[in-house]
Design a protein around this ligand. Structure first.
Ligand code: GAF
Length: 385
């Protein structure tokens, strides 16, 4: 991969790049849609990565080319980068350059060649990986000295304000900060983090990722809608964010909410966020106690909450979860934003093949696309190669 992106750079720009950087996609173990509610998340990086070969320029020009998308390189002037102008893949690295410059950081220009193994539209954070690979390359080449959380924040700004997707901070932090063999326990309010050892194979376990191949890219309007519902819930409950509603106060909070706002959608969102933050706490406690198998039930409860309260699942994601559980999985749930994309399945190593076969057969019987099934191996975060 590293050779491929390097050779691609030479082919497109006629010189060797100054360096090659990699940033991974992610799956989230638990803590879904909590990040824009100041809550808790637990992602792990995948071995699937975006590679960026990059060189500086000093003439205020940004050139972008991807080995994965047909067509010539984009050529843009840094002082003409405009939020919302470009809907394609190039908006993500352009947005990063825009965000760095908006933060007053000196970027003279760049030539960028991209090559990726992160499936797109699969809920595995291909966009965040693209942003983080670009940002890390520019931070190092221009000696900007950005900390990983700061870098992640700038990437989030690129996505929120340049691309126009109102995401939280989880995906960018996962790509920037995850480490091999760990899940990242992250408080999205102050970005405090803890690397939690996650060695499933040592315990005879496996985690599968099932990409349903139902693309979720058109769902941004629905994502923004859930975010607005959460914010409406926080306003009605007079808290800064739903993270501030303790699980012990949930019933009382829902009663207060009902009295102030007769909106079942907001009610469901509030219930999901409060119970989901609790599920992150439960998962951490179980992992710390070495009770990894018991995490399965927490994952499955998380799926029910995303399906019934938050309403971001879909037929195919439910089919993965139901089929995997019926075939003996310890737990399963959708992961990422939802409305398509991927699910994760926690299972005994000896059961994984049978479960993968059962899911594939169920998809075939239901007339769905053949899903992609692979193992989630907790991998390294962004780095220079
Ligand atoms: C998407 C977003 F980009 C994240 O910020 C997060 O909200 C996630 O959906 C849901 O947990 O991946």
């Amino acid at each position: 991969m590293s050779r491929k992106v390097r050779e691609g750079f030479v082919e497109v720009y006629g010189a060797e790049p100054e360096g090659v950087w990699a940033a991974p996609g992610r799956v989230n173990l638990i803590g879904e849609h909590t990040d824009y509610n100041d809550g808790f998340v637990m992602p792990l990086a995948l071995p699937h990565t975006v590679h960026a070969a990059v060189s500086r320029r000093d003439d205020g020009v940004l050139r972008l080319h991807s080995a994965d998308v047909p067509g010539a390189a984009y050529q843009l002037r840094l002082d003409e980068l405009t939020p919302g102008a470009d809907g394609g893949w190039a908006a993500y690295p352009s947005g990063v350059v825009w965000a760095l410059r908006e933060a007053g950081l000196p970027i003279g220009g760049a030539d960028v060649q991209i090559s990726s193994t992160v499936p797109t539209g699969a809920g595995l954070s291909s966009s965040a990986a693209l942003e983080v690979a670009t940002a890390l390359a520019l931070s190092e080449l221009y000696e900007l000295g950005l900390s990983r959380p700061w870098l992640a924040r700038l990437c989030q700004r690129a996505e929120n304000d340049f691309v126009g997707m109102p995401c939280g901070i989880m995906d960018q932090m996962a790509s920037a900060c995850c480490t091999e063999g760990h899940v990242l326990h992250l408080d999205t309010r102050d970005l405090t983090q803890r690397q939690v050892p996650f060695d499933l194979s040592a315990e005879g376990l496996r985690m599968l990722v099932v990409d349903t191949r139902v693309k979720h890219t058109l769902a941004d309007g629905a994502y923004a809608g859930r975010r607005r519902a959460c914010e409406a819930g926080a306003r009605a409950l007079e808290v800064a964010a739903l993270r501030d509603v303790a699980h012990e106060e949930l019933d009382a909070a829902l009663a207060r909410l009902d009295a102030r706002l007769d909106d079942p959608e907001v009610r469901g969102c509030v219930r999901h966020i409060v119970t989901e933050n609790r599920r992150v706490e439960e998962t951490i406690a179980l992992l710390d106690a070495g009770e990894t198998r018991a995490v399965g039930a927490v994952l499955t409860a998380g799926h029910a909450s995303l399906r019934d309260d938050f309403r971001v699942s879909c037929e195919e994601l439910d089919l993965v979860v139901d089929t995997a559980l019926a075939a003996g999985a310890l737990g399963a749930r959708m992961t990422g934003g939802g409305f398509g994309g991927s699910a994760i399945v926690l299972a005994e190593e000896a059961q994984t093949e049978k479960i993968a076969e059962a899911v594939t057969s169920a998809f075939e019987a239901g007339g769905h696309l053949v899903p992609q099934v692979f193992e989630a191996v907790p991998s390294a975060g962004a780095r220079r190669l």
